[in-house]
Design a protein around this ligand. Structure first.
Ligand code: WQD
Length: 361
């Protein structure tokens, strides 16, 4: 069976047949942009649709500089069906879709639940509707380990129980998975891969693309690097009285480039006709739980830079510990996490320095 990967890319360089085009919704965002880089470097053509509400078109320059190839870009509100459907009409060579487009701030989703449900669910409905109308089967959906809530045990497998979402954001991920499943049950012709991310961190080693949080970062690593460079006075460690070895929360921090490559493995699987069922679910994590304190220590060792920090009270909604069992992704997708956490955090630091050098942060 023809599989799609580096060797095919090399074959493809001599092949004049058109390269498969992948539509990446939300492709100028943090995870989307890193995935576009890996798709292009694996021989795919890419069209990005994004409304730039939480990202910047300059990311496309970074992608072009890294890969030597500029992806097509259409500024588009993915929650607007007509706009999405026009992209499919204008690009009849789209063979598969990856959806990253969503509002994604857990805390904000509690304040603005209707906006989150309207935006995130309209996007998934628009994409699936348009795919059906245009005969596009391949779909990769950006889901999250938040669907597991506080798991009864770790590591978490794909058959670990999905629990009631702890936020409207997490609920939109769960509902989206159900929408995809129900569409397939109704007879929709889909090859859908659901990737449940653990904690994406880091930046591309080139320091040309990375995470660009708007305002005060909500997530640990961008806040940590801003504290290390002096943008923030200090990092607050949200609680050291959890039921964990050092009292701080444990997570599975997955390097952003490793995570991006998981999407290429999913697209390769779909394009290679290797799906074992119309919908497949994979946990994308390292399989290693790391505490907040361990992450701070790893950052300081890898960079030689001190992180000013203090122990603060717990953050509402935080769970104590969650990390992945990535065996299924390893064995079925042929994907493995490869980047050591120290390298990931060094790349995050280099990216923070690059942002300062460009006067962006
Ligand atoms: C990690 C740990 C905090 C900030 C996020 C997304 C979720 C999903 C997974 C995509 C926790 C602690 C944080 C700070 C801290 N992603 N922390 N001080 O909450 O695990 O989940 O990634 O779907 O949607 O929200 O990530 O980085 O916010 O927190 O001590 O300033 O760091 O308590 O233990 P989280 P996070």
């Amino acid at each position: 069976m023809l599989t799609f990967g580096w060797h095919n890319f090399c074959d493809m360089m001599n092949d004049t047949s058109p390269k498969p085009r992948i539509l990446v919704a939300g492709g100028t965002g943090y995870i989307g942009s890193h995935t576009v880089v890996e798709l292009i470097q694996s021989g795919y053509e890419v069209t990005i649709i994004d409304d730039l509400s939480n990202s910047n078109a300059s990311v496309i320059e970074g992608i072009a500089e890294i890969t030597g190839h500029r992806p097509d870009f259409v500024k588009c509100d993915c929650a607007d069906f007509a706009a999405v459907d026009k992209v499919f009409s204008d690009n009849e060579d789209i063979k598969a879709v990856i959806n990253f487009a969503a509002f994604k701030a857990v805390g904000e989703s509690v304040q603005r639940p209707l906006a989150y449900y309207r935006n995130n669910l309209n996007i998934i409905l628009n994409l699936l509707d348009s795919m059906t109308r245009h005969g596009v089967k391949g779909f990769v959906f950006s889901s999250s380990c938040t669907v597991y809530g506080q798991p009864d045990e770790n590591p978490v497998t794909e058959s670990s129980p999905v629990k009631k979402a702890l936020s409207p954001y997490g609920n939109t991920k769960q509902i989206a998975e159900e929408i995809i499943s129900d569409a397939i049950t109704s007879g929709a012709a889909l090859d859908a891969v659901i990737l449940r991310y653990f904690n994406p961190v880091g930046a591309h080693p080139s320091s040309l693309i990375g995470e660009m949080p708007n305002g005060v970062p909500l997530n640990l690593v961008p806040y940590l690097t801003q504290a290390a460079i002096g943008i923030r006075k200090e990092l607050s460690v949200f609680g050291d009285d959890y039921d964990t070895p050092d009292g701080t929360c444990i997570r599975d921090y997955i390097d952003i480039t490793d995570l991006a490559k998981a999407h290429v493995c999913a697209i390769d699987r779909i394009m290679g006709g290797r799906m074992a069922a119309p919908m497949e679910v994979f946990n994308i994590g390292t399989g290693r739980g790391v505490s907040v304190r361990e992450l701070i220590d790893t950052f300081q060792s890898a960079t030689g830079v001190e992180v000013p920090h203090r122990i603060a009270s717990r953050r509402a909604g935080d769970i104590a510990k969650v990390w992945a069992d990535p065996t299924k992704a390893n064995d079925v997708l042929g994907w493995h996490a490869t980047v050591p956490l120290g390298d990931t955090l060094l790349n995050a630091w280099k990216w923070q320095l690059a942002l300062r050098q460009r006067g962006i942060q």
